[in-house]
Design a protein around this ligand. Structure first.
Ligand code: GDP
Length: 229
């Protein structure tokens, strides 16, 4: 719709740079009420996705990293995303609407050892295609267990996002499982590993203790509105 969005936006906080992404549309400033999130639809392939109109932010991560719990904590809607440890149930792409134009997307988790190779290959293709072609995708929230960050598939995800100019914000989840000192060490290590990557930021998060929720919402707000914090 209208003129393609093509400009550079740099957020004022040092760890976040918003990548230029020619494909997405300009959005007006609006206030997002995350607690108004409602389930919209589910898809098993990209053809079934809702129309590529408006704006969306996707959540992804290794199975069991805490993605569903993070979605529920950020929206403050209990049971919005189903927490599950059954591999079969995680293959759907689930959509949640925040308002008429903004959506949160729960992408299938990865890293299940027992998933057949063909399913893994399909997941790879679907995810890469989604990241590359979805015009309304503003950024990816990558969920990693703070105790096991930057596994091979996490790194692959970050590399895809770099290739396709998708912003990435990492939630180091289950922070409550570490002492404050160990949390900061883990955060620092991940920040250091990603220091040269543009458009990647990282924070500590605990769905259990609800820590990091405001910080995560600020990133979502910034992406949805294309405005500096
Ligand atoms: P998903 O498979 O990535 O969606 O992960 P889930 O959200 O289903 O969480 C996997 C497991 O980790 C569940 O047993 C959750 O209760 C637990 N979990 C998720 N987030 C946290 C957290 O912040 N702190 C703690 N201690 N446990 C968590």
């Amino acid at each position: 719709m209208g003129i393609p969005y093509f400009d550079l936006f740099y957020l004022k906080i040092p760890s976040i740079v918003i990548l230029p992404r020619e494909r997405h549309e300009a959005h007006m400033a609006l206030t997002i009420h995350y607690n108004q999130a409602v389930y919209l639809t589910s898809a098993t392939n990209l053809q079934q996705l809702p129309a590529d109109f408006g704006a969306e932010i996707a959540f992804i991560g290794r199975s069991n990293a805490g993605k569903s719990s993070a979605l529920n904590a950020i929206t403050n809607v209990k049971g919005l995303a189903r927490t599950s440890s059954a591999p079969g149930r995680t293959q759907m792409i689930n959509y949640f609407a925040l308002n008429d134009t903004c959506r949160l997307v729960d992408l299938p988790g990865y890293g299940f050892a027992k998933v057949p190779t063909a399913v893994k290959a399909r997941w790879q293709k679907t995810t890469a295609d989604y990241l590359e072609h979805r015009k309304t995708l503003l950024g990816l929230i990558l969920v990693m267990d703070v105790r096991h960050p930057l596994k091979e598939l996490d790194q692959q995800m970050i590399n895809w996002c770099m290739d396709f100019e998708v912003n990435v914000h990492i939630l180091l989840t289950k922070a409550d499982k570490l002492t404050p000192n160990a949390q900061n060490k883990a955060l620092f290590a991940v920040q250091n590993a990603l220091v040269k990557m543009k458009g990647v930021s990282v924070q500590l998060f605990s769905a259990l203790k609800k820590t990091g929720v405001d910080e995560a919402r600020k990133v979502l707000d910034a992406w949805f509105t294309n405005h500096p914090l």
